[in-house]
Design a protein. Structure first.
Length: 321
């Protein structure tokens, strides 16, 4: 059997195909389905997968990627644009879940994207987070069932207690899922966003991980929204007849601090940012104001790059006569 697998992910289902093998297998996209998939792939009598390829699309893939990574299986999340380019190059225009899964398996076999195994401590952390989420989900189901059964005037106190516990469990589940997303996005498996960010001149591994961890909305909101979240959007200071200068502030101080040194480097070495900074200073802007404007420009550019899954592309130099 082929060792290259493709998995097409939708909200409710996972469709798995092996490269050069007819047919497909379908699993539920929930904890039970993920367990069935891992059990199938780790059978002693089956060929161990060389690579399991999924696309980074929609967020529905994160739980199954976490389950595969926690099980020590060779999973890689690839850029959808690369897969679309591969499909065009091989003349594939039809689209079904099974066709998409086969495309991913063939992409893995022919392109062979680099695999970066999870360190053992990351595997352990994913396992613990997944187990904790499952425990909380089981408790939530049980408490919601008790809440439905608590009826009548004598049950009012009990219902208040159950509602409070349900709300607390839902909050804890959201926190666990946030921790799971952060752990996954910082892992070697989820390299797509990290690689896109690091393609920008001056953005290194530490800054990339800081942005993915501290600014989880990056790539999902507008440029003005991401600037506001980081406290880099100018705010009015007007009241009555008074008209003050526009200032930045609020937002996430860690993000601003993390972008400070890369921005200093960019105004020296990045032609686009250097020209922008010099233009602002020449127009009379204080140097710190110009620097903050450059930080905002870098952040909104990074946001657009993640939103479109596009790496940094330097602007071509103008042609000379």
């Amino acid at each position: 059997m082929s060792g290259y697998l493709g998995i097409d992910v939708s909200k409710d289902e996972l469709v798995m195909v092996r490269e050069a093998v007819a047919g497909a297998k379908t699993y539920r996209n929930d904890e039970g389905g993920h367990s069935d998939l891992v059990r199938e792939l780790k059978k002693k009598d089956s060929t161990p997968p060389s690579m399991i390829v999924l696309e980074a699309t929609g967020g529905y893939e994160r739980r199954v990627v976490a389950a595969l990574g926690a099980a020590g299986l060779p999973v890689v999340v690839v850029n959808p644009r690369h897969v679309r380019d591969f499909a065009k190059a091989t003349g594939r225009v039809a689209k079904t879940d099974q066709i998409d899964a086969r495309l991913l398996a063939d992409f893995g076999a022919m392109v062979k994207p680099e695999l970066r195994p999870l360190p053992s401590e990351d595997e352990d952390e994913l396992k613990e987070l997944l187990a904790r989420r499952q425990q909380l989900m089981q408790m939530l189901v049980a408490e919601k069932s008790r809440l439905q059964q608590a009826v009548g005037k004598r049950s009012q106190k009990l219902r208040r207690e159950l509602k409070s516990h349900v709300a607390d469990l839902e909050r804890r589940i959201n926190m666990t899922e946030s921790d799971l997303d952060d752990t996954l996005r910082k892992s070697p498996i989820w390299r797509e966003d990290d690689e896109i960010l690091q393609s920008y001149p001056g953005i290194g591994r530490q800054t990339s991980l800081m942005l993915l961890g501290e600014l989880r909305e990056i790539g999902t909101v507008s440029g003005s929204e991401i600037a506001s979240l980081a406290g880099l959007a100018p705010m009015n200071r007007d009241s009555g007849k008074q008209r003050g200068k526009r200032r930045t502030g609020g937002g996430r101080a860690h993000v601003r601090a993390g972008l400070y040194m890369p921005t200093l480097s960019a105004i020296t070495h990045n032609p686009v940012i250097k020209a922008y900074y010099q233009r602002l200073v020449k127009s009379g802007k204080p140097r710190m104001v110009a620097l903050i404007a450059c930080m905002r420009k870098i952040l909104t550019t990074l946001n657009a790059m993640l939103k479109t899954k596009t790496r940094w592309q330097a602007q071509p130099k103008p042609a000379t006569a």
